[in-house]
Design a binder for this molecule. Structure first.
Ligand SMILES: [Zn+2]
Length: 471
């Protein structure tokens, strides 16, 4: 009888297609068999556990500079934390300076990550120019596996105007990149910030007022219009409000292809957190901001009905005791972003699957399979299939965890979900056949992860069209 290098025995395999009881045979770094009664030189008992494909977080900011500060998780601590949360592939960003070449910025970012990452990774390009030389650099980098391009409609050093967006969308279309968009109207934000500050409204509670839903929905609609002109799909990161989802649905009804990402923070935290006493509200400043409850309901409904394709974190950790304090007298100086690279799956499982809002297959689709298909990581990542990388999460549905900054691995001095109790967590995590989390403890090492060149984006992948009722 054939003996595999490693067999995951007796687990319940979950993919978007459904669930099944089977063993998984692994040879080297890949899955080589799925069946019953497989034998290995080594075996892991997965009875009573779910087996998911390694989860994928397509939106993280590790050791990201912003002015003179840098996000607190580096490529090792952030990816070790990701692993503890069941994530085995992340996609971070290359953010070149206004006059820096994309090639130089990409090489520098790779040098920062290689040798440190504990899980596999890739990088999104950022489109901050539409100069011909820059567009040529994009085309060259696609051939090395950088197949998505981030566009910002706000943030002075990064944002592009409609003219640039049209050219960049066209470049994405011709070379096989997925354009991913941070949509917020910059002029509305600047106007509201100035108005609030001049009226003495400087506390964190005014942050959400400075970035209203109107600012997001306007930018979503405008970018959809530009994408319609170019006739290319577009992916919106961190959608936070009902009006944006409605704009996307209207465009889809008119025949456009558009994808929506949501984050755990926008699903689970509402704008009342900004009213916490003292400066506590600064812990929750992110862009777009957390919204009134009705928007949370709309996002959950979007997950249920296939309007939303992915759940990613926008993990952007800034310490509360130091970095966030710079906005003590002016909320616009609080660095934006929330940490959740480690807690994403536990939160979505507990408040989605346990709460009966989404099915297990849909959970896997949102956290692994759809991200892999959209971002050119399939068929190596995002599925449990013969030939795929043996990135696997053995999930213990009964394990209870109280989320707390003190016990999480992500390196930041607070947790937005401090004291929340969740049921369901990773037990064992494998990266290309090697155990990197065992019994909930990180046992990997810096450099075990690898850069993953991605394949060009091939529209029209529609994603998220799984019929919930079929499960
Ligand atoms: Zn982000």
């Amino acid at each position: 009888m054939k003996a595999f290098d490693l067999v995951i025995r007796g687990g319940t395999i979950v993919t978007p297609a459904g669930t099944m009881h089977a063993d998984i045979g692994i040879e080297g770094e890949r899955i080589s068999a799925i069946g019953t009664d497989l034998h290995g030189r080594e075996e892991i008992d997965a009875r009573g556990l779910y087996v998911f494909p390694g989860l994928i977080d397509v939106h993280v900011h590790l050791q990201m500079p912003a002015g003179d500060i840098v996000t607190t998780d580096d490529f090792f601590t952030g990816t070790a934390a990701a692993a503890c949360g069941g994530t085995t592939t992340i996609i971070d960003f290359i953010e070149q300076l206004p006059d820096e070449s994309l090639r130089a910025a990409a090489d520098a970012r790779r040098a920062e990550a290689d040798g440190k990452v504990a899980v596999d990774y890739s990088l999104h390009l950022t489109g901050n120019s539409s100069a011909p030389a820059f567009l040529e650099e994009i085309a060259a980098l696609v051939r090395e596996g950088y197949t998505s391009l981030k566009l910002y409609t706000t943030y002075t050093d990064l944002m592009v105007d409609d003219k640039d967006i049209l050219r960049l969308l066209e470049t994405c279309k011709s070379h096989g990149l997925l354009p991913i968009v941070h949509a917020e109207n910059d002029a509305i934000i600047a106007y509201e910030q100035a108005r609030l500050l001049s009226a003495g409204m400087t506390a964190p509670r005014y942050h959400p007022h400075s970035r209203p839903c109107t600012a997001e929905a306007e930018a979503v609609q405008r970018v959809l219009a530009l994408a319609a002109v170019v006739n290319t799909p577009v992916y919106f990161v961190h959608i936070s409000c009902a009006e944006s989802l409605e704009a996307v649905e209207r465009a889809r009804a008119a025949g456009q292809t558009a994808y929506v990402e949501v984050t755990p923070q926008h699903l689970l935290l509402d704008d009342q957190v900004y009213d916490q006493p003292g400066f506590e509200g600064a812990k929750y400043c992110c862009a777009p901001p957390l919204r009134p409850r009705r928007h949370l309901d709309a996002l959950w409904q979007g997950l249920q009905w296939g309007k939303v394709q992915t759940v990613a974190t926008d993990h952007c950790p800034w310490d509360f005791a130091t970095q966030r304090q710079r906005g003590r007298d002016n909320f616009t100086l609080i660095p934006n972003g929330l940490p959740s690279i480690e807690t994403r799956a536990m939160l979505l499982y507990h408040f989605g699957v346990n709460a009966g809002r989404i099915s297990l297959p849909r959970f896997v689709e949102l956290c692994a399979t759809a991200p892999a298909l959209l971002f050119g990581l399939a068929p190596r990542k995002g599925d449990i299939a013969v030939g795929a990388d043996a990135d696997l999460v053995l999930w213990d549905p009964g394990r209870e965890i109280i989320l707390s900054a003190g016990s999480l691995h992500q390196r930041v001095d607070y947790c937005p979900y401090e004291g929340w109790k969740v049921r369901g967590a990773p037990h064992t995590v494998l990266l290309r056949g090697r155990v990197i989390v065992r019994d909930g403890k990180f046992v990997g090492a810096p450099g075990m992860g690898r850069f993953v060149p991605r394949t060009p984006f091939r529209p029209p992948f529609r994603g998220g069209m799984t019929n919930e009722r079929a499960h």
